[in-house]
Ligand binder design. Structure first.
Ligand code: ZN
Length: 342
């Protein structure tokens, strides 16, 4: 580090020439206080000199200080990770400091976005993402195909592959599935389709007094909708009721309320979801990768919930026998011996 600089978000709070606090944050600040026990009166001057324009030797010379003293302070600050060099900016700081888990799920930024769901919300998101390169709004046929999968018996093998075929074009990007009212069967079907085609997608919905944004599902890397549901069921007091609701949906006995999202709520869902979509587009990751943001409207509580992969997820957990190997012998070896080398 030739020209050390205190990280820009730090504020120097001098309690005296030998006691200096380095503080960051406004509402809930965190700080480090450095004290020079030798009372040399040099600490504040050294810290003030760390502006990124001068080397350790130059700072020492300009302040008429021993170079060793400056080097010692720099070494201590390096230890505390409070120095930087070269250009840095607020976004870097935000990513490094406030969202340490964000980079963990990183993937190459996708090039296209497909918006699927209820028109009100999708139009809003398309408007916000307006300048992005490739935004497609899925047509009604795709939604109908999804409903078909959701309402039919669980499809297996070839049947499912055939039913999922219309979704193949989603592969080159990611999808946003945003709706006014939650239909778990539809989400579940979309989850299967996206796992099949390996399409990352963002879940966004209004569920009674809750707005749900995320998780951003990255197939086989983060949790999937099946994991989310498994975990919700495990925490639900009345999971049988939820199951009954899903059955009623499958039988077509549920009528969705004919009241579209109130404009304000719709705007909130739109903007929060768009932000996540933008994050994914620009950086290949988002705040809701493996996390769900909920907004509980009666008390305006924002909360992030970690949604970990579930080992018993019916959709993305590996089948227990998948990686089994023969314990003591390999039957193929016996067969080969009997018939000569294969
Ligand atoms: Zn899963």
């Amino acid at each position: 580090m030739t020209h050390p600089r205190l990280k820009r978000h730090l504020t120097l709070v001098a309690h005296g020439p030998d006691v200096v606090e380095l503080r960051h944050g406004v509402l809930s600040p965190s700080s480090v206080t450095l004290t020079d026990d030798t009372r040399s009166g040099r600490l504040l001057r050294i810290l003030a000199g760390l502006d990124g324009c001068r080397s350790v030797a130059e700072i020492a010379a300009s302040q008429d200080l021993p170079e060793d003293d400056v080097a010692a302070v720099v070494a201590r600050l390096t230890e505390l990770d409070l120095l930087e060099h070269g250009s840095g900016h607020a976004l870097d700081h935000y990513l490094d400091r406030l969202v340490p888990g964000l980079a963990a799920q990183e993937m190459p930024p996708p090039e296209a976005v497909t918006l699927l769901g209820d028109p009100g919300v999708c139009e809003g998101i398309a408007r916000v993402l307006g300048d992005e390169p490739d935004i497609r709004t899925a047509d009604d046929r795709l939604r109908a195909a999804l409903r078909e999968i959701a309402r039919s018996e669980p499809l297996d093998g070839l049947d499912f592959e055939e039913a999922a075929e219309p979704f193949a074009p989603l592969r080159d990007g990611f999808a946003v599935f945003a709706v006014d009212a939650v239909d778990p069967l539809e989400f579940r079907a979309f989850n299967r389709v996206c796992l099949h085609h390996r399409v990352p997608w963002i879940h966004a919905a209004s569920d009674g007094p809750l707005l749900l944004v995320g998780p951003t599902f990255v197939p086989y890397r983060t949790s999937c909708y099946g994991c989310l549901e498994t975990r919700l069921m495990a925490n639900m007091r009345d999971s049988a009721g939820y199951q009954r609701y899903k059955n009623a949906l499958a039988e077509g006995r549920v009528t969705t309320p004919d009241t579209p999202l109130d404009a304000t709520l719709s705007a909130m869902l739109t903007s929060l979801t768009s932000f996540e979509a933008l994050n994914l587009l620009r950086t290949g990751t988002s705040f809701t990768a493996g996390k769900m943001l909920t907004l509980y409207l009666p008390t305006m509580e924002f909360a992030f919930h970690e949604v970990l992969r579930s080992p018993s997820c019916p959709d993305c957990a590996p089948a227990p026998e998948q990686d089994d190997t023969a314990l003591y012998y390999d039957i193929r070896a016996l067969l080969n011996d009997a018939d000569g080398p294969a």
